[in-house]
Design a protein around this ligand. Structure first.
Ligand code: SF4
Ligand code: SF4
Length: 309
C-alpha cells in the first residue's frame, strides 16, 4: 500500500478513523445541519490544506486577489510530508477557529474548501501515488479507492436519522467536482511523495509549483509577460482560453508543472479537450452550488423557525 490516506484524509485524532473500508455503495448514517448540538464544533483546531481550486473559489468569493487571500488567510505548509510547498487555512489566533466560522455557520459555505466537504468521509486513493511501470508512468490498472469514516466523539451527526450511500453523500457535498478539479494537482503531490528523495527538485521548481498553485494571476502574468510563449509552442486556442479563464489556466498549470517538474519532454495540451473539460466542470459546479445554496437556506430557515417556536 502506498498511501494510507489522501491529502484530505488527515485528521487530528487518527484513532477516530474507523478501520472499516467503505465503497461508493456503502451506506452511512449521518447528517450535518445547523440544528445539530455540535454545529461548527469541527471548524476549529484543524489543518485544512487548500488546493489551487479552493484558493480560486475562496478568493473570488471574498473578492480578493489570490495573492491577497493567501497572505491574509493562510499559512505555509508542506504537502503530504514532501518538500512541495503549499498553504493551509490560518486559524484565528484568539480561539484557534477557522476564520470563516460564525455561530450561524460557515460564511463561505458554497465555496468551502475540499477538506471541509470530505469530513467525515475520508478517501484513500492508491492511484495517486500508486504503482507505476518501468518508466514511472502511472499504471491505470492500479486505480483503487476506498472510503472510511472519521468518527470523532464531538460529532453528533452520526446520531441523525439519515441514511445514504457514500456516493450520494459525496455528490451532495460537491466532492466529485472538487476531485475532478484537484486531480492534476494531487497527482503532482503524490508523484513527488512516491518518488521520494530519489530525484531532487530545484528551489526554482518548488517556487514555480507554489506560485502556480497559490497565485494563478501571477502565473498568468508569468506566461504572458515572460518568454514563456516563445519557449513553448502552444495552440492559439489554448492561449486565448487561459488569457481570461481561471479554471482553464489552472488546468493548464497542472499540465505545465507535470511537464517541467517531472521531466515530460513536451506539453501535450489539446485545446478541444481543455475546453470540453472546463465547460463540463463548470456546468456541474453551477448546478451543485445552486442546489447547495437552496439546501442550506432551507436548513437555516428550519432552525430559525424552531428557535421562534
Ligand atoms: S471553511 Fe467553513 S466549513 Fe470549513 S472549517 Fe471554515 S467555517 Fe468550517
Ligand atoms: S455534525 Fe459533525 S460535521 Fe456537523 S457540525 Fe457537528 S461535528 Fe461538525
Amino acid at each position: 500500500m502506498s498511501d494510507e490516506k489522501s491529502i484530505f484524509g488527515s485528521v487530528k485524532n487518527p484513532s477516530a478513523v474507523e478501520p472499516k473500508k467503505l465503497t461508493l455503495d456503502s451506506k452511512i448514517k449521518f447528517r450535518c445541519h445547523p440544528g445539530v448540538s455540535c454545529f461548527t464544533a469541527c471548524c476549529g483546531g484543524i489543518k485544512i490544506v487548500l488546493t489551487p481550486y479552493d484558493i480560486l473559489c475562496l478568493s473570488r468569493r471574498l473578492e480578493l486577489e489570490p495573492s491577497d487571500f493567501v497572505q491574509r488567510y493562510t499559512e505555509p505548509t508542506w504537502l503530504e510530508k514532501t518538500d512541495m510547498p503549499g498553504v493551509q487555512l490560518k486559524m484565528r489566533e484568539e480561539d484557534d477557529r477557522c476564520p470563516f466560522v460564525t455561530p450561524k455557520g460557515c460564511t463561505v459555505y458554497t465555496d468551502r474548501p475540499t477538506a471541509c466537504r470530505y469530513y467525515p468521509v475520508g478517501m484513500a486513493d492508491f492511484h495517486e501515488g500508486g504503482s507505476r511501470d518501468a518508466e514511472g508512468n502511472e499504471n491505470a490498472a492500479a486505480e483503487d479507492k476506498f472510503f472510511f469514516i472519521v468518527r470523532e466523539p464531538h460529532c453528533k451527526g452520526f446520531e441523525e436519522d439519515k441514511e445514504w450511500t457514500v456516493r450520494e453523500w459525496r455528490a451532495d457535498q460537491g466532492v466529485d467536482v472538487r476531485d475532478e478539479m484537484n486531480k492534476g494537482w494531487l497527482r503532482l503531490v503524490m508523484r513527488r511523495k512516491s518518488f521520494g528523495h530519489q530525484a531532487s527538485l530545484s528551489e526554482q521548481a518548488k517556487r514555480m509549483f507554489f506560485m502556480a498553485s497559490t497565485d494563478l494571476h501571477t502565473f498568468r502574468r508569468f506566461i504572458f509577460e515572460s518568454s514563456f510563449l516563445e519557449t513553448y509552442e502552444l495552440d492559439p486556442q489554448v492561449i486565448e482560453e487561459i488569457k481570461t479563464d481561471d479554471v482553464a489556466l489552472m488546468l493548464f498549470s497542472f499540465e505545465y508543472l507535470a511537464a517541467t517538474l517531472f521531466g515530460a519532454t513536451k506539453m501535450d495540451i489539446r485545446p478541444d479537450k481543455l475546453k470540453e473539460k472546463v465547460e463540463q466542470l463548470k456546468k456541474r459546479q453551477g448546478e451543485q452550488v445552486l442546489q447547495s445554496v437552496a439546501d442550506y437556506e432551507k436548513m437555516k430557515a428550519g432552525r430559525d423557525k424552531k428557535k421562534v417556536d
